[in-house]
Design a protein around this ligand. Structure first.
Ligand code: ATP
Ligand code: MG
Length: 221
């Protein structure tokens, strides 16, 4: 279902003479595990934002299976993302004051006014799976590695077929980063999700099956 097809993509930002992203054609198979690498400012985050439907597509087509994101408005892209994409960001994007469990459940709570009990069971299972000892612990008291594990669990709660991570290990020390990388790879495999990870970490990139190298918004050979 989640095969990706990009055609004639161009993303421009005001004030930039060159497009931030220019990709004539790119295809990924369902279940692909891809690293996106390249120097700071080369367009990695912009590409992930396009692929997750966060960024409006000014020119060209970006289709996941038969959904062409370039034809959807912002609201439709948001609904599509909630149903199909799990996101993990460099700086976690967790809500302080809420427990690990409540953070994992938050997207579900926003999606419907009454939480299904099975979702709570699933959130607890995921938190156990990512190795979090106390699901009731307020997130602001967790270690950084634990915070990212909570973010990984939250990304998976809706059983997405696409998992997108933007430098998920960049703000962690080597040991915590390796643990989070292991989790992302293992959980994407278990869920048979397509995994796309922007990273500067050669060890993480080396464990994915393909690396897309960006240079000034263009795919390097
Ligand atoms: N909203 C925006 N408005 C204007 N320019 C932007 C915007 N977002 C990104 N850019 C520009 O687009 C280019 C690509 O940025 P992007 O954040 O995708 O790079 P990156 O590869 O993720 O870098 P890093 O490794 O530092 O995270 C940069 O020149 C950046 O300044
Ligand atoms: Mg970035």
């Amino acid at each position: 279902m989640a095969a990706l097809s990009i055609r004639d993509l161009e993303v421009r930002f005001p004030g930039l003479a060159q497009p931030a992203l220019a990709i004539p054609a790119l295809d990924l198979d369902r279940g692909a595990r891809v690293a996106v690498s390249g120097p700071s400012g080369c367009g990695k985050t912009t590409l992930l934002n396009v692929l997750s439907g966060l960024e409006k597509i000014g020119h060209g087509h970006v289709a996941w299976a038969d959904t062409d994101l370039s034809r959807l408005g912002e609201g439709a892209r948001d609904r599509w993302r909630a149903a199909h994409v799990g996101l993990v960001m460099q700086d976690f994007h967790l809500f302080p004051g809420l427990s690990a469990l409540e953070n994992v459940l938050l997207p579900q709570r926003l999606g419907c006014w009454r939480l299904q009990p099975s979702k709570r069971v699933e959130a607890l299972r995921l938190l156990e799976r990512v190795g979090l000892p106390n699901p009731r612990q307020p997130v602001e008291t967790l270690s950084r590695g634990q915070m990212q594990r909570v973010a990984v669990a939250r990304a998976l709660i809706a059983r997405p077929e696409i998992l997108i991570a933007d430098e998920p290990t960049a703000s962690l020390d080597a040991e915590a980063g390796a643990a989070v990388a292991d989790l992302l790879l293992d959980l994407a495999q278990e869920a048979q999700a397509t995994l796309i990870v922007a990273t500067h970490d050669p060890r993480l990139a080396g464990r994915l099956s393909r690396t897309l190298r960006l240079d000034a918004g263009r795919l390097a050979a």
